[in-house]
Structures are given as structure tokens and as C-alpha cells.
Design a protein around this ligand. Structure first.
Ligand code: ADP
Ligand code: MG
Length: 365
């Protein structure tokens, strides 16, 4: 069942169009993450759904009903912000019950809903405290509790973990996933952090400059990025994107020359013409040091992370290359290194940056 439907949604501030005809559906119970770099329009889109920003064009439907002009408090949504926006003079219980009080919910029912939410969030022992006497993570949970008590049709989160330190962010991430499973609510979550998107989402909406670049499940985006933007944005360390020219193509096997002069032959790509400019996508773990690999360059930096060694290689093209070499290896800065790409898994993008699909996976060395 569709919970939220967005059709050709647009938002302009004067002449600046910040959301450019965005369309997608969110299913009942789904956890959808909007991800993209700072300024791409994530918060604007979320605030349009919440009713906090006027919609310039298109339709917004909740449970099949057009709500473009419905007031925020009548949309049945609850939003959790990065700044928790708790009332400092109220206790945890009062903060959590405040919206219910405004809505005229009787005291006894309010108390029960607050206690239910407190139990879910393990805040039972903190109900009489003021926000000043809570840790960042606890305040964050109170802000979520304030949303839970309202039993919203859709939960909206705008970078709610950004104020937490790294360890707490990781932990709270898992708690939110568990909470989603428990409540079975529809959730829309905004973040600039692709790790949060990958680990939390049922489906990810990748935004860039007000445009949807791709929508899909986390591993779909990772395994089959629709374009070079998604390829570079999803995954850490980033996918290496190397420019190349197609030397020859026989309809299934192509020969490429990287801008650094190295040649690679790869099978499985049809519809690529000779002389076409292309971009080769190689994740850092798709490159292995080898005695006589087709890609070679100079080691400019190495980082020992314990389970892997990251090697940064200068190919002489100005395009830095990152290699993730499993295990612990001492690398000599300035030394030459030769690398073999995993031809079976490499990605190819055409001149406009759009993915070229493989017809079949053949390995041609
Ligand atoms: P994100 O949340 O992805 O970082 P935002 O949705 O906050 O991005 O902003 C998207 C774009 O809209 C940005 O370029 C921002 O400068 C612009 N913007 C946001 N609010 C306003 C406003 N009130 N007036 C003009 N431009 C705005
Ligand atoms: Mg934002």
C-alpha cells in the first residue's frame, strides 16, 4: 500500500529552483532515506512533505489524499530534527506529552502514551528529568519519543544523529532500525551520510541539486549505480572513476586506453563504439597489486587500517587512485606499483556519465 506519493514536486525560491520535478512513492511501513550532498534539497523536500514549506508545483498525496494545501498539524506526520528542540523548562515526560496536551488528549491517556513510548526507548527512569540533565543520546531519544506518542502516519527525520559522536551515532542508528521494525511505521530519513543510508534504508533516494539521481535498495545502488554521481557517492572509500577512450569494439569485447596510456581489454559490454569517451568505475577493492598488471603508477600515500591497507596511487593523469589491499602491508612511498583490475566487476559509464550495462560477464585479459 502506498503511504506517500510524490508527483512532479517542485520548489522554487524566487528564480532558484531547488526541487526540480521529483516523483516517487513510499510504501506503507517502508524506511526510505533521502541522501545527497549538503545543499541538494533533502531538507527542503522533507519540509514540503511535513507542510513546513509551500509547494511550488506538483502533487503530494498521503494515503491517497492530496495534501498540498493541508496544514502541517493535519497531515498526521511527526518530524524529528537535528536540533532536538526540546523545551528546557519541561521534564522528559512533559516534553514527550506536549503535542498531545495541545491536541486536548485527556491526562490519563497522555500518561499512558508517554509511558509506552518511554518503555520502547528505555527512557522510563528519566521521565522526571529536565533536558539539561540528559546526554546527547538521551535527548535524541526524547525527541523521537515525542514523535512516537503521536502515532503518526509517517515519521520524518532530518539528520537526527548529526549532533552525536561517532560511537553513539553508530549505536543510535541500530536502535532506530530496531525501532522501525518494532513500530512498523513508515519512516523517511534525511542524511548526507551514505553509511547511514546504506545501513538503515529499505530504499534510498539519491538527490543531487534538486534532482533524483537514482532510487533503489542499498545494494542495488552499490552494485549497479545508474551514473557516475551515484557511483562516487555510495561506498567508502569512493569508487575510482578513470577516464578512458574506446580503441576498438567488436560488439562484446572492448579495448580501452586510460588517459594515463594504459590499455585494458574487457568483455561483456555491447553498444560501445570505437573512439567513444567513457569512464571506468573501479571500487578500491577491485584492484589488486600484481607483478605485471595493466594499471601502474606511483604510491603517494598509504594508510594502515589493520584489516586493510589503503594505497593512494598517482597514475600520472591527475586522477588519484585508491586501492584497498586486504591485510597489513608496508608500502614504500614513491615506489612504482602495478595493479590488476577485477574485470568481472568493473563498471562502465558513457560520456554523459550514464551506466553501460553488461550483456554478460566474460573475463578478457
Ligand atoms: P540539504 O538539506 O540537502 O542540505 P536544503 O534543502 O537545506 O539542502 O537546501 C537546498 C537548497 O535550497 C540550497 O541551495 C539552499 O541554499 C536553498 N534554500 C533553502 N532554503 C532557502 C530559502 N529559504 N531561500 C532561498 N534558498 C533556500
Ligand atoms: Mg538539510
Amino acid at each position: 500500500m502506498v503511504s506517500l506519493k510524490i508527483q512532479n514536486l517542485k520548489k522554487s525560491y524566487g528564480a532558484a529552483e531547488v526541487i526540480k520535478s521529483v516523483s516517487f512513492d513510499v510504501a506503507q511501513g517502508e524506511f526510505v532515506v533521502f541522501v545527497g550532498p549538503s545543499g541538494c534539497g533533502k531538507s527542503t523536500l522533507l519540509r514540503m512533505i511535513a507542510g513546513l514549506e509551500e509547494i511550488s508545483g506538483g502533487d503530494l498525496l498521503i494515503d491517497g489524499q492530496r495534501v498540498n494545501d493541508v496544514a502541517p498539524d493535519r497531515r498526521g506526520l511527526a518530524m524529528v530534527f537535528q536540533s532536538y528542540a526540546l523545551y528546557p523548562h519541561m521534564t522528559v515526560a512533559e516534553n514527550m506529552g506536549f503535542a498531545l496536551r495541545l491536541a486536548g488528549v485527556p491526562k490519563e491517556e497522555r500518561r499512558k502514551k508517554v509511558e509506552d513510548a518511554a518503555r520502547i526507548l528505555q527512557l522510563e527512569t528519566l521521565l522526571d528529568r529536565k533536558p539539561a540533565n540528559l546526554s546527547g543520546g538521551q535527548r535524541q531519544r526524547v525527541a523521537i519519543g515525542r514523535a512516537i506518542v503521536r502515532h503518526p502516519k509517517i515519521f520524518l527525520f532530518d539528520e537526527p544523529l548529526s549532533n552525536l559522536d561517532a560511537a553513539l551515532r553508530g549505536q543510535t542508528r541500530m536502535e532506530l532500525v530496531a525501532l522501525h521494525r518494532q513500530l512498523k511505521g513508515t519512516m523517511i530519513y534525511v542524511t548526507h551520510d551514505q553509511v547511514e543510508a546504506m545501513t538503515m534504508a529499505d530504499r534510498i533516494v539519491v538527490l543531487r541539486a534538486g534532482v533524483v539521481e537514482q532510487i533503489g535498495r542499498p545494494l542495488e545502488l552499490y552494485n549497479e549505480p545508474a551514473n557516475t554521481f551515484v557511483a562516487g557517492f555510495i561506498g567508502s572509500p569512493k569508487m575510482n572513476l578513470l577516464n578512458a577512450t574506446v580503441r576498438s569494439s567488436d560488439g562484446e569485447r572492448i579495448e580501452l586506453t586510460l588517459d594515463g596510456g594504459q590499455s585494458i581489454r574487457v568483455g561483456g559490454f555491447a553498444n560501445v563504439q570505437a573512439d567513444a569517451r567513457v569512464t571506468l568505475g573501479l571500487r578500491p577493492d577491485m584492484l589488486k597489486p600484481a607483478d605485471d598488471g595493466p594499471i601502474f603508477g606511483t604510491i603517494v600515500l598509504s594508510e594502515q587500517l589493520g584489516k586493510e591497507t589503503l594505497i593512494h596511487v598517482d597514475l600520472g593523469t591527475g586522477e588519484p587512485l585508491t586501492v584497498s589491499y586486504e591485510g597489513q602491508h608496508a608500502m614504500v612511498i614513491g615506489a612504482r606499483i602495478s595493479l590488476t583490475p577485477d574485470l568481472d566487476r568493473l563498471h562502465l559509464f558513457n560520456e554523459s556519465g550514464t551506466r553501460v550495462d553488461r550483456v554478460r560477464s566474460t573475463i578478457m585479459a
